[in-house]
Design a protein around this ligand. Structure first.
Ligand code: DGT
Ligand code: CA
Ligand code: CA
Length: 580
């Protein structure tokens, strides 16, 4: 996929989002049209840039308004309508739309009546109890909004952006920089590279011998079109969504030292520097140096620097100073799960689910192209409103899957389902039908506000159900948007170990669930994990890299991840846990 197309997709997504805001209607017909067109464009073959408006219109799902904008983008590099909307709804204002319970209509009302432009404005209006005076809003709304703002940590200078919103922007910037002739290497560092769930700002590092031209190019890049905020340093630029980007440019031989420094975390760096000082060295963004003479001991790669300090290389997601340096020195660092260690995907939707977008055959082809030895298709159980699938629907899918199995002798196809865990731990369908699946994910999709005791009971009940093989996205959190259910994590982990139920590491960036702190607590308890994508579109089968990094961040041993096991061993494990 070309970077140009990726940029177009990002702009169309933004256009849909801002159209909802502009029309004050979450069901906006025009926004839906952009979204549908986006989906169609993503799966259209060939180079979009070469298509005329008429040819674009021939793609099923692409209407005239979108076709025009696609042409406009490829001809001028911009979409005027989007720029208009961006002006009307600055990033600060857009952040307001992320507050749960604050729909576009209310937002428009707050802006008109109270001049609310930012989250801080809203917080002040809430404190002054001005919101309850508005039409249709009461004291209860005030309370809910205040609670939501506090819970999301959105207010003030320490507000953070969910990683899912930052990765696409940062990836695009890095690709654009890497394509410049003066640039030898480019990567993002900071909390983003450590897979922190929320991001303060983006730190991009470039290796180049000609920093001047690189900085000029950077400013001229399409996604960095907006002017730098006044008073900022040379390197701070705000592309979109109010994100700040720090660009640092170093000489190629310093790339390792600079990567280490700007990846952090700060606490990790400080510990490393202490190790250096003990040896009479200094460590900074330019290298590991002899303190007296300034002689360079190591600087080109991170591995060189770790080695000189007597350490095994530490994967970026682990660098939080939670014992990783000590473990590395003692040779006790957990193995680092790699994307390529995953031999199958065990949580995948097709368009049979209301929210699935890809056909069964396409999903299977893509999984095979990834070289998988096994794949579980897990569409939603019927209890899920709108998106769930009836028993008949699933039985028909089972037939289709059996036929496809004959065409794919080298990949074992499991017919699975994603069951919904009810408030008391009940599940969809009846025991007989549940037991007829090869693989059952069970996950929470409702009742997020029960207390800890009830939530814990509910999960434990699901784990004890003989049909359930794995608990999907353990808490149901959507990072920065919805907190997960409150759980007694220790009890849940013990339950997983004693029942042999696996815990999913969900690779979707908005989820990254179970959280890394939970994974860390599981160490040594004998819990089995699976790393799954929860894909709703074939492209999302590729997000295993985030799941693998999340496993690293949680110190999960690759050997305890069931979908690293060869098909035979995986099959044995499944058969055994089903028997007992
Ligand atoms: P963020 O942006 O709040 O999500 O978190 P980070 O970790 O990206 O922090 P940021 O952007 O302030 O700094 C990027 C990296 O630069 C950080 O992870 C470590 C390094 N760094 C920043 N300030 C210091 C410092 O005072 N001392 C040391 N040793 N390293 C620092
Ligand atoms: Ca940062
Ligand atoms: Ca920074």
């Amino acid at each position: 996929m070309s970077t140009r197309s990726d940029e177009l997709y990002a702009l169309l997504e933004e256009l849909a989002r801002l159209t909802v805001l502009d029309e004050g209607d979450p069901q906006s017909f025009r926004a839906r049209a952009y979204e549908n067109a986006l989906m169609a464009l993503r799966s259209a073959p060939g180079d979009l840039a070469s298509l005329s408006q008429a040819e674009l219109l021939r793609i099923d799902g692409v209407g005239k308004a979108t076709a025009k904008k696609v042409r406009e983008f490829f001809e001028t590099g911009r979409i005027a309508r989007l720029e208009l909307l961006r002006e009307k709804y600055p990033p600060e204002f857009q952040r307001l739309a992320r507050i749960p319970g604050l729909g576009p209509k209310t937002l428009a009302l707050l802006r008109e009546e109270l001049g609310v432009e930012t989250v801080d404005d809203l917080r002040r209006a809430l404190e002054r109890r001005e919101v309850r005076g508005l039409k249709g809003l009461g004291a209860k709304t005030e309370e809910n909004l205040a609670h939501a703002i506090e819970r999301l940590g959105m207010s003030g200078k320490d507000r953070r952006t969910p990683i899912a919103e930052v990765i696409p922007v940062a990836t695009r910037l890095v690709a654009e920089l890497a394509a410049l002739p003066e640039v030898e290497r480019a990567r993002y560092c900071g909390s983003l590279r450590r897979l922190s769930p929320t991001i303060g700002d983006v730190d991009i590092l470039v290796a180049s011998r000609r920093p001047g031209p690189v900085m000029d190019h950077f400013r001229a890049l399409p996604s960095v079109r907006q002017a730098p905020r006044s008073g900022d340093t040379r390197s701070s630029i705000i592309p979109d969504r109010g994100l700040q980007v720090d660009l640092r440019i170093v000489a190629p031989e310093q790339f390792g030292a600079a990567s280490l420094y700007f990846t952090g975390s700060k606490a990790h760096n400080i510990k490393l520097r202490q190790l250096a000082i003990k040896r009479g060295w200094t460590l900074n963004e330019y290298g590991l140096l002899e303190a007296e003479t300034g002689r360079v001991i190591a600087s080109e790669t991170e591995e060189d620097i770790y080695a000189a300090l007597g350490l095994a290389p530490i994967p970026a997601p682990m660098r939080e100073d939670t014992g990783e340096i000590e473990a590395s020195a003692a040779g006790e660092l957990p193995g680092a799960l790699g994307e390529s260690d995953l031999l199958g995907d065990l949580h995948v939707h097709t368009d049979l689910s209301g929210d699935g977008r890809s056909a069964l055959e396409d999903v299977i082809d893509r999984a095979r192209a990834r070289g998988y030895a096994y794949l579980a298709i897990t569409d939603h159980g019927e209890d899920l409103a709108i998106n769930g699938v009836s028993r008949e629907g699933l039985l028909a899918q089972r037939e289709a899957l059996r036929e496809l199995q004959a065409r794919h002798p080298h990949m074992r196809l499991l017919h699975g389902v994603e069951l919904n865990i009810g408030p008391e731990g009940g599940l969809d369908y009846d025991a007989g039908f549940r037991g007829s699946f090869d693989w059952c994910v069970a996950a929470v999709h409702s009742h997020f506000d029960l207390d800890r005791e009830a939530q814990t009971r509910r999960i434990l009940a699901a784990m004890e159900n003989p049909a359930v093989d794995v608990i999907g996205h353990l808490t149901g959190r959507m990072i920065g948007r919805r907190p997960g259910i409150d759980l007694d994590v220790d009890a849940v982990l013990r339950g997983a170990a004693s029942t042999g139920t696996a815990i999913e590491i969900n690779s979707a960036l908005p989820r990254l669930d179970a959280a890394w702190e939970v994974l860390r607590k599981a160490r040594g308890l004998g819990v089995t994990f699976v790393v799954s994508t929860d894909a709703h579109h074939v492209d999302q089968l590729d997000r295993t890299r985030w799941g693998a990094m999340q496993a690293q961040r949680g110190w999960v041993e690759p050997g305890s991840v069931a979908n690293t096991w060869p098909a035979e061993r995986f099959g044995q494990w499944l058969a055994e846990r089903r028997r007992s």
